[in-house]
Structure formats: structure tokens, C-alpha cells
Ligand binder design. Structure first.
Ligand SMILES: NC(=O)c1ccc[n+]([C@@H]2O[C@H](COP(=O)([O-])OP(=O)(O)OC[C@H]3O[C@@H](n4cnc5c(N)ncnc54)[C@H](O)[C@@H]3O)[C@@H](O)[C@H]2O)c1
Ligand SMILES: [Zn+2]
Length: 354
């Protein structure tokens, strides 16, 4: 088991290891007095892990109530948020009670948001069950739901009280969902650790999941500690995401997040090479790793379509956007670009020189 401390507005520990779900009650009891805990999960995760989590909580003295909803991004909306808040009220949760988010990023984002606004904020614990939630969404305190106008448009920064990541949960993940998380881990390696990147590149991924997760969490924790509310340094975590989000929107969300971000990383890497910020050899290693995993490196959408979609990016500030460009494996730079420059840069990343 590995433990990593996160120092944000709330300090908490991320526990990573095998067999932790069966012991989660004892771990939670160390930071939260036994109380009423609403366990939030989706219909896919519930039959896999909810009984084990509830039994462990009960053994540690917690009273539990289960709230489940239909799996997938389509549930991450105001209706499910409202149902969850009403459930907290019916269960008469008080400020000394807590919420347990058992699932992937959808469960985590939604539960964290509900916990952050119920009674102006109650505690919650993340029990990530997807690789994406383990390496990315369960740490950092970004919570929220989608609106009809776009993804994650309503939300809060609300840090969890603890994150307990049982690596055994990942065994039941379908390959495509595992790959979504792996792309975020590759992204984290590119922006923060050559060693992490090389570990993934070695191909022994399943054998090293605990180390891969721990390394991603440590890097994310240090970025979040330096810029919790994304006014500067935290933007580096968006590597591949400006183009990735644009691609997802162009495909009407039929393309998986991991595939879209992989193409976004490949395009930004080649753009960085053309702009002279990234070393040729490192750029080739990045593109080759994505390719070896069967991930897309390009898209059939035109640069114009991508730019139009990127104009709706919520991270746009007026006429500028901050792009993340690899410098070498282990380090990226932020570059603020005018919207008028964006298509030229994307074209460079697609091998189209103007
Ligand atoms: N808060 C953040 O910082 C942050 C960062 C990145 C992504 N996100 C959000 O995370 C969400 C995506 O997360 P996700 O990919 O985990 O999606 P998800 O929560 O929808 O999970 C993907 C699918 O896997 C299933 N599943 C979960 N655990 C399983 C397991 N152990 N075995 C088998 N199936 C399992 C789920 O039921 C679901 O159908 C998006 O909404 C995204 O916006 C948030
Ligand atoms: Zn992502």
C-alpha cells in the first residue's frame, strides 16, 4: 500500500493498494467519526463492490444508505444532482455525516458536487473504481455536472477528506475504459515524469498499476498544491485537452475521451516539434507510445471544425487560450495564444505548413 498526502485547502491522504475496499471503514474511521454515510454509486459498480464497502463501513460503526443511478456521462446532470441532494435531506444527513463516492469519474464528480453544496458543504471520500478516476478525477477537488450547453459547466472546487484506491477494482474494467485512464497517465508522464512515461512504455502496465497510479497522484497532488483553482500552473494538466475536447464535441461524443485526448496530445506534440519547443526524439517516443496502444494520432475533422469547437471551451479567456506544449518527456510549457493563431498551430501539429 502507498499513501500520498495532498496539501490543498483541505489536506488529505490518497491510499493506493490491493484489497483496500474491504478495509475502507477502518481507514475512513481514522479521519471521520462513525456517522451516517450515503454510498453513491452507479448500477454497474453497485453489484461489484457496494456490498463489500457497506459491510466494511458497518463493521467500523457507520450507518449506510445506498444511492444508485444509471451509469455513464448522461447521468452527470442537474436531475441526478437534485435526486441526490433530496436523498441526503430525506436521510437527514447533518454536517457531521458524509458521502462515499464509489465509482468512476461520473460518480466522483457528481457526489463531490452534491457533498460540496449540501448544507454548504459536508465531507466526502472518493473510492475510485476506474483507472481514470484513480489517476486523475478523484484527486484535486474539481467536482461538477454537465449542462445542456456543455460538459462540467456547473461545479465547485471541493476537496475530498480521503481517497481510497483499491487497485483490485480495475480487474473488471472493459479495455476501452481502462485505455481512457491510461491516456491520462501517459499525459501525466509527459508533463511530469520521464520515469512514469518509461514505465508505461515498458508495456508491463497491469503488473505496475499501483506504481503508475501512485506516480500520477503524486504529480497531480504537487500541481494542485501549487495552484488549486487553476489560475496558472494547474493548466498544465490540460495537455491534449483543448484539441481533445474539440474532437469529442465534433464527434457528438461518440469518440471516447481517451481517444480524443490521445489525438490531442499527438497534435500538440507535433506542433511543439514544429515550433521548436520539443525535442524530435522525445516527440517521436510520445507519438509511438500512443500508436502502439492503438490510439488515434489524427482526425478526419478539419482544422476549421476543431477551432470552431474549441471556441466553446470554457477555459477560454476572452480572445486567448492557454495551450500546453511538451518540451521533453517530463516537462511541458504553457503558451497563451490568440484565437487567431490557433488554427496555424493545429495545422502545424497535423503536418500542414502554411
Ligand atoms: N474532477 C476531475 O478532475 C476530472 C478529471 C478527469 C475527468 N473527469 C470526469 O470523469 C468522468 C469520466 O470518468 P470515467 O471514465 O471514470 O467514467 P464513468 O464514471 O462513467 O465510468 C466509466 C464506466 O465504467 C463503469 N465502471 C466503473 N468502475 C468499473 C469497474 N471497476 N469495473 C467495470 N466497470 C466499471 C461505469 O459504470 C461506467 O459505465 C467524466 O465525466 C469527466 O468529466 C473529472
Ligand atoms: Zn481528461
Amino acid at each position: 500500500m502507498q499513501s500520498i498526502k495532498v496539501s490543498a485547502s483541505q489536506r488529505y491522504t490518497v491510499h493506493i493498494g490491493s484489497g483496500l475496499l474491504a478495509n475502507c471503514g477502518e481507514i475512513i474511521k481514522e479521519i471521520i467519526e462513525p456517522c451516517k454515510a450515503v454510498v453513491v454509486t452507479d448500477h454497474t459498480v453497485e453489484p461489484l463492490f457496494a456490498a463489500c464497502v457497506r459491510a466494511s463501513l458497518a463493521q467500523a460503526g457507520f450507518t449506510t444508505h445506498l444511492f444508485t443511478f444509471a451509469p455513464g456521462e448522461r447521468s452527470k446532470n442537474l436531475q441526478t444532482l437534485s435526486d441526490l441532494l433530496e436523498c441526503f435531506a430525506v436521510e437527514q444527513l447533518t454536517r457531521s455525516d458524509c458521502v462515499i463516492a464509489l465509482g468512476g469519474g461520473v460518480v466522483g464528480d457528481l457526489s463531490g458536487f452534491a457533498a460540496g453544496c449540501y448544507l454548504r458543504g459536508i465531507r466526502y471520500v472518493q473510492l475510485p473504481t476506474t483507472l481514470l478516476a484513480a489517476v486523475d478525477s478523484s484527486v484535486g477537488g474539481k467536482t461538477g455536472v454537465d449542462l445542456s450547453a456543455g460538459k462540467n459547466l456547473a461545479g465547485l472546487f471541493w476537496q475530498p477528506s480521503a481517497v481510497i484506491c483499491d487497485t483490485d477494482c480495475l480487474a473488471t474494467l472493459p479495455h476501452e475504459i481502462f485505455l481512457d485512464g491510461l491516456v491520462e497517465a501517459i499525459k501525466t508522464g509527459i508533463l511530469g515524469s520521464e520515469e512514469l512515461f518509461a514505465l508505461i512504455e515498458s508495456g508491463a502496465i497491469r503488473e505496475n498499476t499501483e506504481d503508475i497510479i501512485a506516480s500520477c497522484v503524486a504529480i497531480k497532488a504537487s500541481v494542485v498544491a501549487s495552484d488549486e483553482r487553476e489560475s496558472g500552473a494547474r493548466k498544465v494538466l490540460n495537455l491534449g485537452h483543448t484539441v481533445g475536447h474539440a474532437l469529442e464535441a465534433c464527434s457528438n461524443y461518440s469518440l471516447s475521451h481517451g481517444s480524443a485526448v490521445a489525438a490531442g496530445i499527438a497534435i500538440m506534440t507535433r506542433a511543439a516539434m514544429a515550433l521548436g519547443t520539443c525535442d524530435l526524439q522525445d516527440a517521436q517516443r510520445i507519438v509511438q507510445l500512443l500508436e502502439s496502444l492503438g490510439l488515434p494520432l489524427e482526425t478526419e475533422y478539419s482544422t476549421e471544425q476543431l477551432v470552431q469547437a474549441a471556441l466553446h471551451d470554457k477555459k477560454r479567456a476572452g480572445d486567448t487560450l492557454t495551450l500546453v506544449l511538451p518540451e521533453r518527456i517530463g516537462s511541458c510549457v504553457l503558451r497563451e495564444v490568440n484565437l487567431s493563431e490557433l488554427s496555424g498551430i493545429i495545422d502545424k501539429g497535423r503536418g500542414k505548413h502554411q
